[in-house]
Write a protein that binds this ligand. Sequence first.
Ligand code: ADP
Length: 271
Amino acid sequence: MGTRKINANRIVVKVGTSSLIHPNGAINLETFDQLAYTLSALNNQGKELILVSSGAMGVGLNKMHLKQRPAEIGAQQALSAIGQSELMTLFTQRFDHYLTDIAQVLLTHDIFDYPKSNKFVMDTFNCLLKDNVVPVVNENDTVATDELDHRTTFGDNDQLSAIVASHMNADLLIVLSDIDGFYDQNPKKFTDAHLISEVSNVADDEFTVAGGSGSRFGTGGMHTKLLAAQRMLAENRQMVLANGKDPQIIFDILAGKPVGTLFSKECVTHE
Ligand code: ADP
């Protein structure tokens, strides 16, 4: 097995609901802890990290002892608002343990389209990164419903993480999900699905094999992850899709180990 050449200093890590919430609806404490540990260790090494975290709704459901999300968007937004503060409490506790400061940044997908707000957001990110604070980003579900209603054209935190990576000029986007990477067909449905280790172009063929969400709590499924990859490839940045069940996989990714699926314009695997 070869190694990949990954040179990344500014890194956006996106973690999906399916990594943060167990299938039974309970909080996955290990993921929270190991994510905080891994990002803190990298922060100490001088890497610049931005965490984009889903999970507000899942954490809200757990907090309110609900089994499934309410049908009305307003009720979903209320649940997200409850979950978001709980989500940040969980992250703050774990990051505190590893002596790392974090900050909450709530965004909407279009925020970067307006020059004035774009500048405010970029200034905020830059100040936080300069002070070694890890921004924890989520969509502001009170004012936008893209993440809640993923049938809208824009999307979700997969694409939000790509937008953030793009505007903040990140070298690498790491998308952590409940799956080992991108397969030639949905592995939750087809047992003979094969993991694709490297993808240099995302086109119709790839979208054809991308199905929807695999878990009760997941949102965009593979489609929105491919849209994020498409954006990264167009800008000559790299993206790795990997399994978030053990966030220390981020160390392996940065060490060039061939884990997950690497989306990269150039082949960077060396035998
Ligand atoms: P997250 O909450 O981490 O964003 P999602 O549930 O939205 O995760 O998306 C991941 C799911 O996408 C996987 O669990 C899998 O069931 C589904 N999926 C559909 N097509 C594919 C594919 N070709 N390769 C990998 N996963 C796929």
